[in-house]
Design a protein around this ligand. Structure first.
Ligand code: SAM
Length: 224
């Protein structure tokens, strides 16, 4: 039986990749990616060529988990990467691991840890992190209001991912339901326009409304 490697890759800055991740990507028989173009940029930078690339996104397209399980049974080592960070953290990676563990309980699945926007943001936010709740992406409709009420009541640090299309809406909800909370927004971590801003939801809303050019990129929201 071969090994399925779950490989962390950069969340922006291509230098944020471990030596082990590069070796495993160099040696893997197949590299499963979310978007081949994104992964190619990393492979090209480190002159990793000649690997078989396949897309994996169980819910959309690409090779199905059945085929990947077949590769593992044939003895092919498979490395799973996603577009950014640690596969499985709010991206398609976790479903494959679940399926492989279900169908091949003895399969070797190894973690090749690397960056994640979650840990990157928490590490620089300056809030208590010994105990936190991670919500991934918030639901767009059902349960959203209840969740904001829970966030307002929480004694723990709460972290979630947000898109530029929804960040203002989310800050409006935080202003309404959690006006007393301190919010930290970590934007574009490890990239040229990296920025961390803290304040009440009202203050941050004002900031982003006055600086619409900053309502861009990728966001992690931390509420404490
Ligand atoms: N698996 C990834 C990880 O380990 O962080 C997360 C994948 S999820 C599909 C993408 C979301 O992560 C983005 O919408 C954003 O909220 C967050 N994210 C990814 N890269 C980021 C960055 N460089 N700065 C801030 N947030 C980022």
């Amino acid at each position: 039986m071969a090994t399925l490697y779950i490989v962390g890759t950069p969340i922006g800055n291509l230098e944020d990749v471990t030596l082990r991740a590069l070796r495993i990507l160099k040696e893997a028989d197949v590299i499963l990616c979310e978007d081949k173009r994104v992964t190619k940029r990393l492979l090209d930078k480190y002159e990793i060529a000649g690997r078989e690339l396949a897309t994996y996104n169980e819910q959309q397209s690409g090779v199905a988990s059945g085929k990947i399980i077949g590769w593992l049974e044939e003895g092919k080592n498979v490395a799973l990467v996603t577009d950014a960070g640690t596969p499985g953290i709010s991206d398609p990676g976790s479903m494959l691991v679940q399926k492989v563990r279900e169908v091949l309980p003895d399969a070797k699945i190894e973690s090749v840890p690397g960056p994640s926007a979650l840990t990157g943001a928490l590490s620089i936010a300056g809030v208590p992190v010994h105990d936190f709740v991670f919500l991934g992406f918030l639901p767009h409709k059902k349960g959203r209001e209840t969740l904001f009420k829970e966030i307002a009541m929480s004694e723990r640090t709460v972290v979630f991912y947000e898109s530029p299309h929804r960040i203002l809406k989310t800050l409006e909800s935080l202003e309404k339901f959690a006006p007393a909370k301190n919010i930290t927004i970590a934007r574009e971590l490890t990239k040229i326009h990296e920025e961390v801003k803290s304040g009440s939801a009202e203050e941050l809303l004002k900031f982003f409304k006055e600086n619409p050019d900053k309502v861009r990129g990728e966001f992690v929201v931390i509420v404490f």
